[in-house]
Design a protein around this ligand. Sequence first.
Ligand code: GLU
Length: 280
Amino acid sequence: MIVTRFAPSPTGHLHLGHAFSALYAYESAHRADGAMILRIEDIDQGRCRPEYETAILEDLAWLGIGWREPVRRQSEHFDDYAAALDKLDARGLLYPCFCSRADIRREVADSPRAPHGPDGPLYPGTCRDLSTDKAARRRASGEQFALRLNVGKARGEIEPLSFHDAFRGLVRADPGKFGDIVLARKDTPTSYHLAVTVDDHLQGVTLVTRGEDLFEATHVHRLLQALLGYATPDYAHHRLLTSAEGKRLATRDGATSLRYLRKAGHSAEDVIAMLPPRTA
Ligand code: GLU
């Protein structure tokens, strides 16, 4: 059975881009007699608000989009992410990183040929070779740290990887694209990459539907799946909606928010009719 997902972060109200993404997931599941699950991605507790979560559930119901219960709220599952981290740590694939953003910027500025990835310069690896003793001393002294994946070492342990995307076909994964990614942040004991990979697995997702802005992230998720012994779902990285000026829709442009459109007198059918077709 196909299980898809819609995984919004409750940092604002849903807009037309979210409606497109949610309908994409919902219709892909229901065309195949499957189910869509809903996940609230709220690990970033400083930016997420419970009132936005309530609004998300209301807006989806208003659009006529149903999901298979229960709703999973990431902030209630830090234990699951810790268990995955333990598994990776036991294989020596993680290291503590004490660097601040400023440290990293400085280091990158000093090496003009620093490699770049989809999000900018890659982490230069400053803490990768800290001795165990030194790292333990810094941890014991209360210094804050993130946990990074030693991607070079991790890649060496696995076969070449690939995944299937509905729009691009078979894709050879390049898990080194983002360098040594953070799997547990200083301010929260997980990261987007880890939480989403663990959750898609635990929620039995077989088709990950999401915007094409996250296509590159899938290369890393594929590596995490291999390391954690998870099955690989299929993917559909769909187009992103843009404004008349060609800009990506953003939460701060209130005029495309579903609440605004509803208040302005549009019905759910009107809103759905504003969206492009949801076919691959
Ligand atoms: N929470 C992410 C967002 O709202 C989506 C993550 C995903 O679909 O993997 O953009």
